[in-house]
Design a protein around this ligand. Sequence first.
Ligand code: 5CA
Length: 159
Amino acid sequence: MNQRLSSSAQKVQEAIRQRGIEVEVVELPQSTRTAVEAAQAVGCEVAQIVKSLIFKAKRSQRPILVIASGANRVNEKAIEALIGEPLGKADADFVRQQSGFVIGGVPPVGHLQPIQTFIDEDLLQYDELWAAAGTPHAVFKLTPQMLVELCGGQVVSIK
Ligand code: 5CA
């Protein structure tokens, strides 16, 4: 176990390990707060960055997690069609309350409670991906198969 991880990054590392998947969360001196910054920090394409975006379903007020390629913009209409209600933006407080993490560090797994999840099908074409691990400096490398297994989300077109 990496004792030097911050407590938020450690939580993500533990959540992944509890699912029987071996990955190593790393904390970098550089910012990984945005997909562009994360890609620069780890030396990959922006499209290989896993964005974990929390939205708020307007009617039910529940969180929806869209896991998108760093290269893609989420088409909210596509997600609305899948959930059957309008989708709204989540503010920073809602993101923290629902996920337990701050914007820029929201991981695809390890949230305070299970969140309905959609995974961008475009992520599946890469050999390796990088995702946030709880802080704007923490990331981990994973395969698309691991991502699907970890999140248990529905793979869809989000564009
Ligand atoms: N650490 C990187 C990926 S390794 C990361 O978290 N990227 S991200 O794209 O998933 O997270 C940044 C996202 O947070 C932005 O794309 C945006 O959707 C969201 N965001 C940024 N500022 C705000 C804000 N003020 N309110 C709500 N969401 C925001």
